[in-house]
Design a protein around this ligand. Structure first.
Ligand code: TYM
Length: 329
C-alpha cells in the first residue's frame, strides 16, 4: 500500500485549480492507499496573514476538503501546525539545504519579484518546509498540479542528500502524481497561464452559480477562427482546457468540431462551460454550507487527524534524531 500525501496552503478558498490539480486525485486514491491530507497554515505565514483571519482560513479549507469528498474515516486530515514534528524536521533539513539552490527556485524568484518589500527567509526555505511535510510521512506519491513539480524535485534531492550524507536508506524519493496522466495546470479565465489565488482569476469551489456564470461570461476570447483546423490562441485553449476537465468527452468533441469548421460561437461555449462547472461545484458548495458551523464535528476531525498523523511523524523523527546522532541523557 502506498503512502499518499498532499496539502493546500490556507491563503484563500479552494478553486478549480486546487481541485483538479490535487484534491480530486487525492479523493480518488483515498480508499486504496494510506492517505494524508493537510492544511498548510505554516506556509501561509510567508504573506503575514491577519491573526484574526488565520483560523477562519484554516476552517474554510477544512470544510472544503470534507465537502469535496475527503472521508475522515478513511484518510487522515490534519492541520500542519498541529504537527510540531514538521518544524523540527524542517530545521534539520535546512542544515542540508543551500542558499544557491533555494534562491534559484522559480516560486521564490517569482514571489521575490511580486512582493519585493517582504522577501523573508520563510519564502526562501519554503521548499524545505514542503519537503518536511512530505518526508515526515515518507510519502510515495504526492498528488499536485504542475506548478509544484519543482518543489517535488527538490524534496527528492533533499531525501537523497540526507540518505547519502548519513549513509542510510531512510527517506524514500516521493513522486508527483496525477491519476494516470501528466501533471496538469488549470489556467485562469483572463488568458493567463495559471488559475491562482494570488493571480485573482479564480473560480472558487464555493462560488455561487450566478458568480460562476458571470466569471465565465467575462472570460477573454478572440475574434474567432478564420481558417479550418487552426491552432487555438492561448485564451481559447484555456477555455478548452477547463472544458476538458469539467465536461463530458462528447461535449468537448462537439466544440472541437465547431472550432475546426469555424462555426464556434463563444457564447454557446461559455454557457456550456459555466453549466458544467456549476454541476461539479454545486454539491460541494451545498455540503460546505451544511458543515461550516458544525464546530463539534470539525473539532473531532481535526483532533483525530492530528493524532493519527502524529504517530507517524514521531516515528520518523525518532529515526532522524538517531541517524543524526542525537541522544538523551
Ligand atoms: P497551493 O495551495 O498553491 O495549491 C494546492 C494544490 O493545488 C494545485 N494547484 C493547481 N493545480 C493545477 N492548476 C492550477 N491552476 C493550480 N493551482 C494550484 C497545486 O499544485 C497544489 O497541489 N506548496 C503547496 C502546499 C504544500 C504542499 C506540501 C503540497 C505545502 N506542503 C506538501 C503537497 C505536499 C502550495 O502552495 O499549494
Amino acid at each position: 500500500m502506498d503512502t499518499v500525501l498532499s496539502g493546500i496552503r490556507s491563503t484563500g478558498n479552494l478553486h478549480l485549480g486546487n481541485y483538479y490539480g490535487a484534491l480530486r486525485n487525492f479523493i480518488r486514491m483515498q480508499h486504496e492507499n494510506s492517505c494524508y491530507f493537510f492544511i498548510a497554515d505554516y506556509h501561509s505565514l510567508t504573506t503575514h496573514p491577519d491573526p484574526k483571519q488565520l483560523h477562519e482560513n484554516v476552517k474554510d479549507i477544512l470544510c472544503e476538503y470534507l465537502a469535496a469528498g475527503i472521508d475522515p474515516n478513511v484518510a487522515t486530515i490534519y492541520v500542519q501546525s498541529d504537527l510540531k514534528e514538521v518544524t523540527e524536521l524542517y530545521l534539520m533539513l535546512n542544515m542540508h539545504a543551500y542558499m544557491g539552490e533555494l534562491a534559484k527556485t522559480s516560486s521564490f524568484k517569482e514571489k521575490a519579484r511580486k512582493q519585493p518589500e517582504n522577501v523573508n527567509a520563510g519564502l526562501l526555505t519554503y521548499p524545505t518546509l514542503m519537503a518536511a511535510d512530505i518526508l515526515i510521512h515518507n510519502a510515495d506519491k504526492v498528488p499536485v498540479g504542475k506548478d509544484q513539480e519543482q518543489h517535488l524535485e527538490m524534496t527528492r534531492r533533499f531525501a537523497r542528500r540526507f540518505n547519502n550524507f548519513y549513509n542510510v536508506e531512510f527517506f524514500k524519493e516521493p513522486q508527483a502524481y496525477n491519476f494516470g496522466q501528466e501533471l496538469i495546470k488549470i489556467p485562469g479565465l483572463d488568458g493567463s497561464g495559471k488559475m491562482g489565488k494570488s493571480e485573482g482569476n479564480c473560480i472558487y469551489l464555493c462560488d455561487d452559480p450566478k458568480v460562476i456564470e458571470k466569471k465565465v461570461k467575462r472570460a477573454l476570447t478572440d475574434a474567432g477562427p478564420t481558417t479550418h483546423n487552426s491552432v487555438k490562441p492561448d485564451c481559447i485553449e484555456n477555455l478548452f482546457t477547463i472544458l476538458n476537465v469539467v465536461s463530458s468527452k462528447e461535449v468537448v468533441q462537439h466544440f472541437e468540431d465547431k472550432w475546426n469548421t469555424c462555426e464556434i460561437r463563444y457564447g454557446d461555449l461559455k454557457k456550456q462551460l459555466a453549466a458544467d462547472i456549476i454541476a461539479v461545484t454545486n454539491p460541494i458548495r451545498e455540503r460546505y454550507n451544511d458543515i461550516r458551523d458544525n464546530e463539534a464535528y470539525l473539532h473531532q476531525v481535526a483532533t483525530e487527524g492530528a493524532e493519527k498523523a502524529r504517530e507517524n511523524a514521531q516515528k520518523t523523527m525518532r529515526g532522524v534524531r538517531e541517524i543524526m546522532g542525537f541522544k538523551s541523557f
